[in-house]
Design a protein around this ligand. Structure first.
Ligand SMILES: Nc1nc2c(ncn2[C@@H]2O[C@H](COP(=O)(O)OP(=O)(O)OP(=O)(O)O)[C@@H](O)[C@H]2O)c(=O)[nH]1
Ligand SMILES: [Mg+2]
Length: 328
């Protein structure tokens, strides 16, 4: 009956992006389709309750649905899953732009109850990274700091779920930004479907986990329509992505070690330089004090003065002569 309401054909493969209001659901659909938000074919994006009706878009020959966000007076979150007929879907992206909330947990539990595959996604990573830089948690936004923050967020997510919703702890969670997704998809379109970008930087836009999310979506899609060959292909691609990531991490560790070694060398050189300077300083000080001592030691030498220097007979003040001779 819900299918009739949505205008869904019974054999249709349906995916959707759900979540609270204003978190970037429509923007993500546009990005996945490689469209700018102002493209005539794009979903409407903006602030406030923007999407009010269900819209259907096509991606990879499958249907991608955009829904109104839940948790508002017009779209209360209790009963949302059933109200929207989501139990008929083949996969759901549960998006959020901040900490996971009770409404998200309830939604995810419904999906599990009805065996609908689901992934958690956190959007607006560009804003997260900007905030982390402002708070001085990272000194700059680059491939290394992105990896560091994503690793931390993933661990936080996992710890939180294990503590508060252990039944949902194994559901994967990806961290993305819409702009990065759009850049990736545009590139993918121009290169052909199977080419994914390993690099973390794309024309000045940072990539987060967009490639991984796309791969996961494809896996869910091919699983739902039992396209074994395609499924094998994307599963292999997922393995390649994680292998490439491991290699990058290893390369970074090696590079860091070299940097560490160079830094240690520099510190050692600086220390040696400092010690040398101190040594010179102290030696000069010693020499000076020896000089000073010899200069100051006139009194002690007074007894020897006649033995060392011959005083000209005509000199009246022989003591002055002695000092002068000594200086020479
Ligand atoms: N910085 C940043 N802003 C984003 C991102 N994705 C979406 N936005 C902005 O978030 C706001 C909401 O985006 P929408 O896509 O309309 O959000 P929605 O979840 O579809 O909202 P409703 O349809 O009202 O439920 C817009 O101002 C977008 O430009 C992102 O990755 N980064
Ligand atoms: Mg919307």
């Amino acid at each position: 009956m819900v299918n009739d309401l949505l205008g869904i054909e019974s054999n249709e493969i349906m995916f959707c992006i759900c979540g609270r209001v204003n978190i970037g659901k429509s923007a993500l659909i546009n990005a996945i389709r490689g469209l700018e938000d102002n493209d005539p074919k794009a979903a409407k994006v903006g602030d406030g309750e923007v999407t009010t009706k269900i819209s259907k878009f096509t991606w990879e020959h499958k249907n991608l649905y955009d829904f109104a966000g839940y948790g508002t007076l017009t779209e209360p979150d209790d009963d949302y899953f059933m109200r929207k007929g989501l139990c008929n879907f083949h996969g759901i992206v549960l998006l959020r732009d901040s900490a996971i909330q009770q409404a998200d947990i309830n939604f995810a539990r419904k999906a599990i109850e009805f065996n609908v595959p689901l992934v958690f996604v956190q959007s607006k990573m560009d804003e997260v990274m900007g905030r982390k830089k402002r708070d001085r948690e990272i000194s700059e936004i680059n491939a290394t700091s992105i990896k560091f923050i994503i690793k931390k967020l993933k661990q936080n997510h996992r710890d939180y779920m294990e503590k508060n919703a252990p039944d949902l702890a194994d559901i994967p969670c990806f961290f993305i930004s819409s702009d990065s997704m759009r850049e990736l998809m545009k590139l993918q379109k121009s290169l052909g479907n199977n080419k994914f970008q390993d690099s973390l930087i794309l024309d000045g836009t940072f990539l987060y986990e967009e490639d991984k999310l796309i791969n996961q979506l494809l896996i869910m899609m091919y699983q739902s329509c039992e396209q074994e060959e395609k499924l094998e292909e994307v599963t292999k691609r997922a393995e390649k992505i994680s292998q490439a990531e491991e290699e990058i991490v290893k390369m970074e560790e090696d590079a860091n070690e070299i940097v560490d070694r160079n830094e240690r060398m520099l510190i050692m050189e600086e220390t040696i330089e400092k010690l040398r300077a101190e040594l010179i300083e102290s030696t000069t000080g010693d020499l000076k004090s020896e000089d000073d001592k010899s200069c100051d030691s006139n009194e002690d030498d007074e007894n020897d003065e006649f033995e060392v220097f011959e005083v000209p007979e005509e000199t009246e003040n022989y003591e002055d002569n002695i000092v002068e001779n000594k200086k020479v």
